[in-house]
Design a protein around this ligand. Structure first.
Ligand code: IPE
Ligand code: IPE
Ligand code: MG
Length: 271
C-alpha cells in the first residue's frame, strides 16, 4: 500500500479520481483562431471575435448539460494589449455588449459569472458592469463561468505570492514557511475544482501564459478547429479524449490500475 505523496490531499473513495467514464469537473479553453477564421472569409479580424460569442454560448450550454462544475474561458490575455488599438477597443466594446445581453440569461440558467484577471486596467464602465454581473449571479450553483480577462498566469502567481507573503508578515511567521498551499489559496480559481482539462483551439501548441499554475496536472487537448467553429461535436471530442486518458500524477500505471494509491488527485494539501 502506498501512502499519499506530498502535495496530494487524501480523498474519500467517493471523491476519488475521475474514472474513465467520468466527466471533467473543471474545463478551461484558450479560445484561439478568431482572427484567422475571419481572414479566411475575407473579413476583418474583429468579425471573428463577434462570431466567437456564439461559440461561448454553445460551450456554456454544453457544460450546463453535462454537469461540468466550472468553465474557464480565456477571453483577453495580459499580452493582448499589444494588438492594434482598434482591435483592442472592439474587444472591450464586445465585452460590454456581451455583459449587457447575456447576464440575465446566465442568471436564469443558474450560472455564476466570475471575471478573473487584473480588471483594474479596464474602463470604469466595464469594471462597473463586471461587478454588477458578478453580484447578480453570485449565488448561482449550476455552473461557474470564469472569464479570464487581462489575465496572465504569471500575474496570478505573483499576486498570490504577494498575498501569501503578507499573510506571513501579519502572522509574524518566517517566509521560509510559505508553502505551496499558502500560495495556492490565493490563486484565482482556488475556490473551484482543480483544472482537469485544458483545451486550445486554433491549432497552436502553447499555453500563452494562461493557467500555468493550475495546469500542473491538467490534461491538455489541442485542436485545429478555429474558435468560431468550436461546437458541441468538437467539445464532445475533447471530452471524449479526456475520458480515455490515464491520469497518473506521478504514480505508475500499475499503481493507478491496482488502486494502491490513496488518491492521485493533485490537490495541494491545505493547511
Ligand atoms: C483569440 O483569437 C481571441 C483573442 C485573443 C482575443 P485570435 O484573435 O488570437 O485569433 P488568431 O489566433 O489571430 O486567428
Ligand atoms: C491567447 O491567444 C489568448 C486568448 C485566447 C485570449 P493569443 O492569440 O493571444 O496567443 P498567442 O499570441 O498566439 O500565443
Ligand atoms: Mg491567436
Amino acid at each position: 500500500m502506498i501512502t499519499r505523496v506530498d502535495s496530494v490531499r487524501p480523498m474519500t473513495v467517493e471523491q476519488n479520481t475521475l474514472a474513465s467514464d467520468q466527466m471533467p469537473r473543471h474545463v478551461a479553453i484558450i479560445m484561439d483562431g478568431n482572427g484567422r477564421w475571419a481572414q479566411q472569409r475575407g473579413k476583418p479580424r474583429v468579425w471573428g471575435h463577434k462570431n466567437g460569442v456564439e461559440s461561448v454560448r454553445r460551450a456554456v450550454s454544453f457544460c450546463r448539460q453535462k454537469g461540468i462544475a466550472s468553465l474557464t474561458l480565456f477571453a483577453f490575455s495580459s499580452e493582448n494589449w499589444r494588438r492594434p488599438e482598434g482591435e483592442v477597443s472592439t474587444l472591450m466594446e464586445l465585452f460590454i455588449l456581451v455583459l449587457n445581453n447575456e447576464v440575465k440569461k446566465l442568471n436564469r440558467n443558474d450560472v455564476r459569472l466570475k471575471v478573473v484577471g487584473d480588471t483594474s486596467r479596464f474602463s470604469d464602465k466595464l469594471q462597473a458592469k463586471i461587478q454588477k454581473a458578478e453580484e447578480l449571479t453570485k449565488n448561482n450553483t449550476a455552473l461557474v463561468l470564469n472569464i479570464a480577462a487581462n489575465y496572465g498566469g504569471r500575474w496570478d502567481i505573483a499576486q498570490a505570492a504577494r498575498k501569501a507573503a503578507q499573510d506571513s508578515i501579519d502572522n509574524n511567521e518566517c517566509v521560509d514557511n510559505i508553502s505551496e498551499a499558502a500560495i495556492d489559496k490565493h490563486m484565482c480559481l482556488a475556490d473551484q475544482p482543480p483544472l482537469d482539462l485544458l483545451i486550445r483551439t486554433g491549432g497552436d501548441f502553447r499555453i500563452s501564459n494562461f493557467l500555468i499554475w493550475q495546469a500542473a496536472y491538467a490534461e491538455l487537448y489541442f485542436t485545429d478547429v478555429l474558435w468560431p467553429d468550436f461546437d458541441e461535436t468538437a467539445f464532445t471530442e475533447a471530452v471524449g479524449a479526456f475520458v480515455e486518458r490515464e491520469r497518473r500524477f506521478g504514480f505508475t500505471g500499475e499503481q493507478i490500475k491496482n488502486q494502491t494509491v490513496t488518491s492521485p488527485c493533485p490537490i495541494i494539501e491545505q493547511e
